[in-house]
Design a binder for this molecule. Sequence first.
Ligand code: NAP
Length: 243
Amino acid sequence: MKVALVTGGSRGIGAAISFELASLGNKVFVNYSKSAEKALEVVECIRSSGGWAEAVKGDVSVPSDVDSMVRSIREEAGGVDILVNNAGVTRDNLILRMKEEDWDYVMDVNLKSAFLVTKAVLKDMMKKRWGRIINISSVVALIGNPGQTNYCASKAGLIGFTKALAKEVGTRNITVNAVCPGYIETDMTVSLPQDVKDKLLEAVVLGRFGTPEDVAGIVGFLSTEKASYITGQVFVVDGGLSL
Ligand code: NAP
């Protein structure tokens, strides 16, 4: 059994990824920072269908949280094999109104976290000469979005991070890929005004918004042996929104 860590696995896309990785036979550590109840629901749901899961608390933008979380996983299960850097937040505003703290918060949770968590798990992967790192970016990293300079920069940063890291660790049989979801219905997008949603939907070639499961499928695939010759790539899962 491989050991998977899904950051921000308590809700939305991260929860669907946790279910998918558990259904593929992995031990799944479901990370959360605030939503303990939701994380436990994900864990219970996986266990009730015969899978293995455990919730792990930790703010992925805080180095000491990351270190103790990864240490506890190592002690319990022997090191992370599959890391999904999924935790993410938004603090939208036009740049002239954006506060420095909103810039820093989004960069820390979305981008610095990937550096911290990856660094913490990488030695174990290198020793095992096997690893999968999947970074959840966003289609707006590629096409931009007004009101999201901080978010787009953090998600574009994850793509650069993915490519550089893929080149660093490829010879150790560790693959690193990025997945860019389009508009997916989760807590993150639920509060967008209806007129914005209607306009967005017009641009989605497949005529519907995505579900967390639409994203989880490719993440599951990238975690498997079948994807062992794929690295440094960016996979857009947006129903054709960016075409
Ligand atoms: P969501 O429903 O808002 O869930 C966000 C998750 O991140 C939660 O599990 C949350 O856990 C966790 N999280 C937030 N801050 C954290 C922190 N400091 N430390 C640890 N965990 C933290 O968001 P989502 O829509 O599923 O998004 C998941 C990922 O996909 C994000 O990276 C997002 O940017 C990306 N994405 C989403 C969409 C979309 O349309 N929904 C599109 C493109 C990309 P707690 O509640 O416990 O903090």
